[in-house]
Design a protein. Structure first.
Length: 262
């Protein structure tokens, strides 16, 4: 008889895991047999999700931290990696839309909050994951956006778009630097996704003063099939997390049903 060998269980850490794309990805990873470590600022959400996952027999751990807090984030990644007994995949997904306002009225504090939560946390997560991936390689996936990379018509989103453009540039720099360790780094750029991030966006009253009316073709997205779900983005993350994408690094993957090409 020929012996069969199962693939080793992958260990993944996901930030922004309590809702939206992060939650959908955690759920999919668990369905595929991953061990997962979850990070989010929503402690109650993480507790509920972890309880549900564990009822299915999954191995799941979580830490509730603000990803812009360097000390607490490092502690969370260190502790989760220890519980998982290794780290193969980092999904740096946590982010906010922040405040959308004209540059003239956007406060420095509002700018910093968006940049720190989105871009700074991407740097920190990657920095803290590298030591655990250097020996055996791994995959780092970063959630960017079509905003700041393909489209620029969301008026008032200067901080958000700058953070997302920065994430793509960081992805390419990190991919080259970490290739020697067989650590792949890629970004996903979703289009409009119906997640909790939209509910927490602050829109300035002054936006109407800078907006330029744009008329789109009839319909929201070119692709006939429904697009714009967290589950679809999660499938793209799974692809980048596995050996199916073994020769892909330094690339941004647009997940928007060709919306951003309009």
């Amino acid at each position: 008889m020929t012996a069969t060998h199962s693939l080793p269980t992958k260990k993944a850490i996901i930030t922004g895991a309590a809702s939206g794309i992060g939650y959908a990805t955690a759920k999919l990873f668990i369905e595929k047999g991953f061990k997962v470590g979850l990070i989010d600022a929503d402690s109650q959400g993480l507790e509920d999700i972890s309880k549900d996952f564990k009822q299915t027999g999954a191995e799941c751990y979580y830490r509730s931290v603000d990803v812009s807090d360097e000390v607490l984030l490092k502690k969370a990644i260190d502790e989760l990696t220890s519980r998982l007994q290794g780290l193969d995949v980092l999904f740096s997904n946590a982010g906010i839309n922040g405040t959308w306002a004209p540059i003239e009225t956007l406060s420095t504090a509002e700018w910093d909050q968006t940049i720190n939560t989105n871009l700074r946390s991407t740097f920190l997560c990657t920095k803290f994951a590298i030591p655990y991936m250097k020996e055996s390689g791994g995959s780092i996936i970063i959630t960017s956006s079509i905003n700041g990379t393909r489209i620029f018509n969301n008026f008032g989103a200067s901080a958000y778009s700058a953070s997302k453009a920065g994430q793509v540039a960081f992805t390419k720099m990190a991919a080259l630097e970490l290739a020697r360790y067989n650590i792949r780094v890629n970004a996903i750029c979703p289009g409009a996704i119906d997640t909790a991030i939209n509910e927490k966006t602050t829109y300035s009253d002054e936006l109407k003063e800078i907006e330029i009316k744009v008329e789109f073709p009839e319909g929201d997205r070119p692709l006939k099939n429904e697009t714009g779900t967290s589950e679809q983005v999660a499938q793209s993350v799974l692809f980048l997390a596995t050996d199916a994408s073994a020769n892909i690094s330094g690339t941004e993957l647009y997940v928007d049903g060709a919306e951003s090409l309009l």
